[in-house]
Structure formats: C-alpha cells, structure tokens
Ligand binder design. Structure first.
Ligand code: GAL
Length: 357
C-alpha cells in the first residue's frame, strides 16, 4: 500500500496540481487530483479479475479546467440547484452567482470543483488516505461565512473508496457536498464506451423529489409505487429510461433525488448498480438524506474523454449523495443550513464487488 504523488500540470494561476494514487492489494486503484478533488480514474477488477477504469473523465488537467459535466469532482459549497440564485439566512438575503439560467448550480462559477485543495497523505493498516482541505472565503460565490472544508478519500482492503466530508463555518451558511463521478462500471476505455441500459439499479427509497420542467423541485415528494422511479427491487435501467413518464421527460432521463432513510454517523445502503457482462457491482452507502441519480445523455453534446473514448450516449450514471435540490427554499426538506461553529460531517462509501444484486 502506498499513496503516490506525481505532477498533474498547472492551474490557470500557474500553481502546480498533483495526482495521487491510492491502491489496495485486491486490485482497486484510485487516482485523484488536488484540482477540484477530482477522481481522475478508478480501476476496479471484473469477475475474472481484470481491471478496468470505471469512471468517465479526461487525460489531462487542461480539459478538467473547464470540465462542463463536472467529471469526478467534489461539488460545493452547495451541490445541485438553488432557485433564483438567492439565499435567505438569519433574515439576510444573499445573492449567489447564477450559472444555470437565473439559478445557481453546483456551487456557482468557481465551485469547489475548480479549487486547488491542500493535501496530506497517509498509508497504514491496509488503508491509503488522501486528505484534501480548502478554505472557502466569506462571500465566495455569494455564500456567507468562512468555511473550512476537508474531504478525505480512503481506499481500504474491502474494495471501498470512502469519502468523509467535514466542514465548519464562522457564520450560518449552506453546505451540501458531494462527489460527481460518472460511473461506467462495464469499463470506460474507448473508443466505444458501453451504455448503461443493461445495468441493474437498486435505490433503497420509497419516495423521490418531484421536479418541474425547469428541473427544480416543485416541493412534492412522491411515492415511487407504480412509477418507473421504483427501484426498490434491482431493475434494468432501460425499463425506466424507455418509459414515457413525465418526470423522465423533464429530467431527460433520470435526474432526480430519492429520499433516503439516513442516520447521522451510520452510512446506510442507498443504491446498488450491477453490470452483467463484467460482473462488477457498486454499492453506495451514505449518511446523507438524499441521492441524486443522473443518467446523462451525451448524444447531443459528445465529449472526447480519456483513453481515446468518445462519450456520445448514455455512457454513465452519477450517484450523488446529497441534501435535496433547492432544499433551502423547501422547509419540509432536510435543512442544508450549517450553523456557525457547528460541525458538518457526512460519509459516503463506494463499495465494489463482483456479486450480482
Ligand atoms: C447533476 C445534475 C444534472 C446536471 C449535472 C451537471 O448533478 O443532476 O442536472 O446539472 O449535474 O451536468
């Protein structure tokens, strides 16, 4: 076990970015850069023990500097949408940067996905660890409070990549951190990256957050019963994507937050994904109250990815653990407000195996 470090080019400010390699003896290997805390590659063995990279991304930092899909990145200060790019906290109104029409998305124009994070690495007891830390200054992208954030990636012998999110602020603020990896667990090498239609997906949720055709929550939380949003039993993604349900049209596929029965400090199973030809499966466990499941469609905007791959269809799925979108404006959603001096602490685990689900 080791946590190796190598050069990964320069940021626009001319600062050196690095690439860190975390690995275990069972064939799991993650490469993560301190630019945006991005998971650049994640090698995982299939049922025959053959490794493949299971995330989409780019070969070089230049492409990650713009990275419109947010491949692999840490998202913050607040993941997902905030309507009209406005916050009201302690009777004060704050104007955030608008980068999704009039709305705010994924922390704004220069979110945490574009920050160069400080790093520390550790290895021991079969665990490789990378700690990323960042101070988000008061009023960055419009958010109140100096926020000290740390995101710890640790890779263990049980084929788990664990992500611990910690933050503390000196003023009341909003915090909702996630990782934006695009999983292609059949393997993401080019030229043709398989689509996700044949993958089986399970989401351990009875309810989901309904969106309007502007992709913002309407406020309704709907039971999945009798809808193509019901993944309580592992179900082929195709069945849902090919269903004419209005919510699926609004999301151009799945782009919804499911409501989890979460518990602080105790990550619980939120979702599982299984790809039959490789036999790889991914379980997502989390302490977060929601999971945004996003099945991007690159057909209208093909992307030239790493390993000479072209992403031009439904080549991946994002499983983003988080507070619900626009939660700050829906008092019946779990609150993403972090009060001054209080500790934000969440954990998400990506666990790989070759067990059918
Ligand atoms: C997802 C979100 C999508 C889209 C994407 C970024 O988290 O659910 O609607 O904004 O990020 O391209």
């Amino acid at each position: 076990m080791s946590a190796r470090k190598e050069a990964f080019g320069k940021t626009p400010e001319g600062r050196d970015a690095s690439l860190f390699t975390l690995e275990n003896d069972a064939g799991l290997c993650a490469q993560i850069t301190d630019f945006g805390g991005i998971i650049v590659s994640l090698l995982v063995p299939d049922k025959r023990g053959r490794q493949a990279d299971v995330v989409l991304g780019y070969d070089n930092i230049e492409d990650y500097l713009s990275n419109p899909p947010y491949f692999g990145a840490i998202i913050g200060r607040c993941a997902n949408r905030i309507a009209n790019a406005r916050l009201r906290l302690s009777d004060m109104e704050y104007i955030l940067s608008a980068n999704f029409g009039a709305h705010h998305l994924h922390g704004g124009i220069k979110g945490f996905n574009k920050a160069l994070w400080d790093t520390q690495t550790y290895s021991g007891n079969g665990i490789d660890t990378l700690v990323l830390s960042y101070r988000s200054a008061n009023m960055e992208e419009g958010y109140p409070g100096n926020l000290d954030v740390s995101v710890t990636y640790s890779l263990n012998a049980e084929n788990e990549l664990c992500i611990d999110y910690e933050a503390v602020s000196d003023q009341d603020t909003v915090v909702n951190l996630t990782n934006h990896s695009y999983f292609s667990i059949a393997g993401s090498a080019g030229p043709a990256v398989p689509e996700i239609f044949d993958c089986k997906l399970q989401i351990t949720a009875d309810r989901f957050v309904v969106i309007g055709n502007d992709q913002l929550p309407t406020g309704e939380i709907r039971c999945v019963d009798g809808t193509p949003m019901d993944f309580r039993i592992p179900t082929e993604i195709r069945l849902s994507l090919e269903n004419g349900y209005e919510q699926i049209a609004y999301g151009n596929g799945l782009d919804h937050c499911w409501v989890l029965e979460s518990e602080p400090g105790r990550p619980k199973l939120a979702a599982r994904l299984f790809e039959p030809s490789s036999g790889r499966s991914l379980s997502v466990l989390t302490t977060m109250p929601g999971i945004q499941v996003f099945t991007p469609d690159f057909s209208s905007m093909p992307v030239a990815g790493k390993h000479n791959a072209k992403y031009n269809g439904r080549n991946a799925i994002c499983l983003e653990t988080q507070y619900y979108p626009n939660a700050i404006w829906h008092p019946h959603f779990p609150s993403p407000v972090l009060s001054a001096g209080r500790q934000y602490s969440h954990r998400t685990v990506f666990r790989f195996s070759t067990d059918d689900i």
